[in-house]
Write a protein that binds this ligand. Sequence first.
Ligand SMILES: O=C(O)CCC(=O)C(=O)O
Ligand SMILES: [Fe+2]
Length: 303
Amino acid sequence: MDSLEKELFGSDTESLDSRSDHGHDRHRHIHEDDLDIDDLADSDMEHENSDPLFQSIMESTDDNDTSYMPLAKDSPPQHTPHPHIPGLCLHTNVLSHEDQSRLMQSIIAKNFFKGGEQNQAMCFGQRDLAWLDWFESLLKDSGTLSEPFCRGDWTRREPLFDQSIMNLYHPGDGIKPHVDLARFEDGIIIVSLLNAITMDFYPALRTMTATDPVDGGANPYTQTSATNRAPAHSVRLEPGSIITLQGPARYEWEHGIQETTRDLVRDEWINRKIRVSITLRKMRPQAWEIGPTAAQNGVADRT
Ligand SMILES: O=C(O)CCC(=O)C(=O)O
Ligand SMILES: [Fe+2]
């Protein structure tokens, strides 16, 4: 456990860890005006060490278990477009341990998951995401947003992101296959922290377009798709990695995470551990006009 503490809060060890659970009663909706602008100021070690989420991360660590994937610190970022899903690109080795620690410290300091009692938090606007400028530079410097992996039309938009969902997964937790709602623009990124998980992709039962009504109106879209479908493709999301979704990957494919405690990775079952993800998106202008109710409905249903 000492090793994880080092990893999280200033480190020279090789790996990080995490996981979560959900339920829609447990969603926490955060609006800019509700938040203190205290960024990392209160993220001192004492606070983190007494935080139940931090404790839970610590408890999920098993020094003898090497199944979680170390982040190759000295490896450069790699950008791998998916061979069968146009617009999906996996970017590995983007966030170092220090980068992940910085984000985790910020999440814990903001108490977004209420010490681990809630598994999803949404932020509208940028005010509570004190790390966003730094993070956008990191994305650009790492080549994650470069052509041909990401189209310039969205990577040059201002602001790049103004909506965020943070998800906490404990072993056994998942997220049902879904296409992200029409109220978000094309160009979505998902950042994986702490531990690896497998994300599955399915051809969408109902595809979407960039011009669908933001409220789903005439073309209602259900987040929850039919069960019992075998995924067409699976992608292993390592800690420190990012996936970018644009075009078909964003509108014509569903993504989801199975509710299971272990994933089959290259013939080997790997137990899940606590994982945190950050999804960053930009609201379509019309979605802001609909107001906070529509914005609140923008959360993926993790029940
Ligand atoms: O947690 C993840 O990796 C996926 C989250 C997601 O799909 C969403 O918030 O829409
Ligand atoms: Fe999603």
